[in-house]
Design a protein around this ligand. Structure first.
Ligand code: FCB
Length: 433
């Protein structure tokens, strides 16, 4: 990897990312059950019937993991707090042990000279709230605001940055329309409500954090480039619908106070009453925006009811996820985000990386090199990109794909839980340190 820090703007931050349920070991430390435990307990939902009960056992190995981040030379660590670890029932009684854990995590980072970048929801909804409808329930923004108050009341004086919710598309569409993630629904009314309530919860949490004096607040969305399978007008329109639902819905809500017409076409009849009045909250001013980027999809039109599109087989080089390696998409999203939505607001690449079981991992080194170059190209075009986080520090529970897909810079042996840095870790440490 032939970079130096001087190849990026001054003050550019490099980091790694993880999330709570994927690494901590949710069976430990007094955390309450989550809808991911229930989803994973349903045969057929997760490969090899795996779950996050132990994961990387980060709960007990935190110091070793923080040393790995320090030795990598990372400036900042993006982690998430688990709502059900902080409040096992989702409401009411906090779990003192859980709050202590995140307190130690933040202090452990600061002691090592690493900035803590927290996300408050990376998908493990407390089961007690899932039982009440989860993101479908109009009370979610209130419950989420209360949780925000509790966790950020404890650690928000020392975090470097904070974002309420990771990847609204996955929380809304993937989990309620496609059914691939918890709660595993296929229901358009649930989808529309979840998509809107996620944004409203984001806004409420942002306001709560402002009130607490927490600094450097942002939003983290995921983006997938949408390419029409052919240049027929029907496929072009289908790819546009895909782009509306995946990319423009959330950015439109957050930064323009409206949803795109080609998404409303299918979703509007199912949105909660008075949704138009919520944009004042949803648009609470932010200090940065996060772009998670992995791949693009080829999309074709179908004769089915809305959204009437299908995914065509990916072309070109693929990762172990079957995702096309398409760095140009990162460059295009970074420039488009600034141009169409956020202007001068700092943009962070909050996730980017690849699943691969090869070890040593020259494929991952090549992937990261190409995406760093895409980031540099976007900066050269004027996009105010201020940092980049690799997904992920270490191999972990890759949701419905279990422990089979390995995104880590550090290899984890899931029998012994031994951590071994891969070649990609050393390649980054060479110029980050
Ligand atoms: C993102 C998720 C992250 C991980 C990567 C591969 O969508 O935020 O938890 O699963 O994909």
């Amino acid at each position: 990897m032939n970079f130096t820090r001087a190849d990026f703007p001054e003050g550019f931050r490099f980091g790694v990312a993880t999330s709570a349920y994927q690494i901590e070991g949710h069976a430990h430390g007094g955390a309450g059950p989550t809808h991911w435990d229930s989803f994973a307990a349903t045969p057929g939902n997760v490969v090899r019937f795996e779950n996050g009960a132990l994961a990387c056992d980060h709960y007990h190995r935190m110091d070793e993991d923080l040393d790995l981040i320090r030795d990598l030379g990372a400036d900042v660590y993006r982690f998430s707090t688990s709502w059900a670890r902080v409040m096992p029932e989702g409401r009411g009684r906090p779990n003192a042990e859980g709050l202590d854990f995140y307190d130690r995590l933040v202090d452990g980072l600061l002691e090592r000279g690493i900035d803590p970048a927290v996300t408050l929801y990376h998908w493990e909804m407390p089961q007690a709230l899932a039982d009440l409808g989860g993101w479908r329930n109009a009370d979610m923004p209130n419950w989420f605001a209360d949780y925000t108050e509790v966790i950020m009341g404890r650690i928000g004086d020392r975090t470097w940055s904070a974002a309420p919710i990771n990847e609204p598309w996955c929380v809304g569409w993937l989990s309620h329309f496609e059914g691939h993630h918890a709660p595993g629904l296929r229901d358009i009314r649930a989808t529309a409500r979840a998509m809107h309530h996620v944004l409203l919860s984001h806004g409420r949490a942002t306001q709560v954090m402002k009130g607490l004096g927490v600094s450097n607040l942002g939003a983290v969305c995921n983006f997938e480039w949408s390419a029409p399978a052919t240049d027929s007008p029907a496929d072009v329109a289908a790819a546009r619908r895909y782009d509306a639902i995946y990319n423009r819905f959330f950015m439109g809500g957050l930064f323009q106070g409206e949803y795109p017409a080609d998404a409303l076409e299918g979703l509007e009849p199912h949105l909660p009453q008075g949704w138009q009045d919520d944009f004042a909250t949803i648009q609470s001013p932010l200090d940065w925006v996060g772009v998670n980027y992995y791949t693009r999809k080829r999309v074709s039109a179908t004769n089915d009811p809305w959204p009437a599109y299908a995914y065509e087989p990916a072309e070109g080089p693929l990762t172990d996820m079957g995702w096309e390696i398409y760095p140009q998409g990162l460059q295009d999203f970074l420039t488009r985000t600034a141009r169409e939505y956020t202007g001068d607001l700092p943009i962070y690449v909050t996730e980017n990386g690849m699943a691969s079981t090869t070890d040593p991992d020259p494929d991952r080194i090549a992937f990261l090199t190409d995406h760093f170059n895409a980031t540099r190209a976007a900066i050269a075009e004027g996009a105010p990109v201020a940092g980049y986080f690799v997904w992920s520090l270490m191999d972990n529970f890759e949701w419905a794909l279990g422990y089979e897909k390995r995104f880590g810079l550090v290899h984890v042996d899931f029998e012994t839980l031994a951590r071994t840095p891969k070649a990609s870790y050393h390649a980054l440490a060479n110029w980050w340190r």
